[in-house]
Design a protein around this ligand. Sequence first.
Ligand SMILES: CC(C)(COP(=O)(O)OP(=O)(O)OC[C@H]1O[C@@H](n2cnc3c(N)ncnc32)[C@H](O)[C@@H]1OP(=O)(O)O)[C@@H](O)C(=O)NCCC(=O)NCCS
Length: 380
Amino acid sequence: VTVSSTLDRPRAPHGLNGLVVADTALGDVRGQEGFFHYRQYSGVDLAEHRSFEDVWALMIDTELPTDDRFSREVRSLRDIPAEILALLPHLAATSLSATDQLRSALSLLAGSLHLNAITDLTPSQRRHDVLRLGATLPVLAAALHRHRHGLAPVPPRHDLGHAANYLWMLNGTEPDTRHASAVEQYLILTIDHGFNNSTFTVRSVISTGADMGAAMLAGFGALTGPRHGGALSRSLDVLDAVTAAGDVTTWIRGELAAGRRIMGFGHAVYRTTDPRSEHLKSVALGLDTPRARLAVEIEQSILDELAAARPDRKLYANVEFYAGAVLESAGIPRELFMSMFTISRIIGWGAHALEQATDSKLIRPDAQYVGPPPPQPVWG
Ligand SMILES: CC(C)(COP(=O)(O)OP(=O)(O)OC[C@H]1O[C@@H](n2cnc3c(N)ncnc32)[C@H](O)[C@@H]1OP(=O)(O)O)[C@@H](O)C(=O)NCCC(=O)NCCS
């Protein structure tokens, strides 16, 4: 933090990078070590050994559950109000992208639930709102997808966990256990990730006292940016482009010469391997589809070329590089990738929103005015 000479106000570093702006008990990312955790547990250990609902409970209720009460609670919250169900076919018939349809549906749903400003709610009412939004987002995503393809929505099944139920609602067939496990691990790995941009956005909105729906929608918008979560399907474009070019080296040299960034590589915090990417690589290898094999094959060539282009700044594959290959191999259509990320991250947003709601301070920073000196005359 440096102090501006003219106005004597402390100046935050560019992009607020490295500046601590809140306390959280929800987790952190250690960029130098390549480690991230949810509360006191390694994110990768949780993905390997626990269910999505267990990790959801950990984030919301502070502890890993020892029984199925939380899981039964969230499964009972999947119902969508009839007035919103009736709107979904109309929304699905519009020219809006799958992501924009889901964001709009979430907005409609939040409105229909008549969520109150968090300043007017008890902690248990806020918790309920957060769980409701997390439980219903996959139902909206799957129903919209089926409407877009001229199919009737498949109602949620209360005997299935979050990931398996999502696949069930998408396809209307018994989910393949390997696919459900791959999707579940992806979802767990992407629930939260330190004080990322969409999380900060959510917490900023909550500090105004707005309702949980408004906060989740703001987070949704932030996540869609290509520098944040919007690179997920673009990383599959990399696999397509390499396949079309026939040779990874030629393709990547052309991209770098044109000054383009390679999607699925580089990270704002990790200065070593991204543990999520490493874990998803093993999931991809387990699924053993041609696409997953291609991703593994070309990763090293891309890294070699990036290292040759920027010897001073070593880059690694990030979560999105393997996430695309894993999701596609598990049968998730590319148009739904962004929705998948929101389905997991809304759990992290909800946990952060509940934490932020305990602080009554409005987040309201300053900017330094750099335009022409005011006041200038506004008349002739
Ligand atoms: C994620 C990302 C925004 C992180 O940015 P960052 O830490 O701020 O990194 P910087 O922008 O400081 O980049 C450092 C240098 O490495 C280069 N670089 C970073 N990521 C790169 C990539 N994917 N391909 C090529 N070059 C890259 C930048 O061009 C930059 O060089 P410059 O300073 O000459 O512009 C960036 O790596 C990126 O755009 N990646 C591609 C998009 C993506 O995969 N996003 C998902 C993130 S999980």
